[in-house]
Design a protein around this ligand. Sequence first.
Ligand code: PCA
Length: 197
Amino acid sequence: MKKLLLTGFEPFLQFPINPTMSIVEALQGEVVGDFQVTGHILPVDFHKAGDTIKQLVQEEQPDAVIALGLAGGRYKINPERIAINCNDGEADNEGHMPAGEKIITDGPDGLFSTLPIQQMVSQLQQHGFPAEISNTAGAYLCNHVMYQVLYTLQDTTIPAGFIHIPASHQLAIEHQRIPSWSQADLTEAIRIAINCL
Ligand code: PCA
């Protein structure tokens, strides 16, 4: 049985719930297609998140990696195409405020997802779930983790990448001004994405 490392993030900024946590919890240990899911939650911390995912790759020796993040305000499931070598945005959960610095000093400007993102989008749509490839993962923690994991795995054949998800209904009730999906649909959408591996 192959192993999938599936990560989510803790809550951050104005989002008191991170629905990626419930997806990871729901799929923990589940066999989806050829893969058994091993789930972990990452800190929203520029100084720790990269080392955490690199350590998880070392420890778990996964055959594929999918990192999940909340994109509050987006309407669709968004497999990300590219991670950029840049930290920027608001302060993280520990108060670190990036200012456009490189993630890895001599790293490439960008690293492309090695997940089957086109197939994921078409499978999601065929199952009735709105989905679209996104050409920017931003420059905050999600981009950071995507870049770090792609950099770590760049000389391997292990597929890796990032999927942004919309808010859950529960989060939208608390936040008030963002579109949302049911948690069950979010989880099912990620199951469909994993099935594309
Ligand atoms: N989303 C943020 C960081 C954590 C998360 O779930 C992002 O898009 O960068």
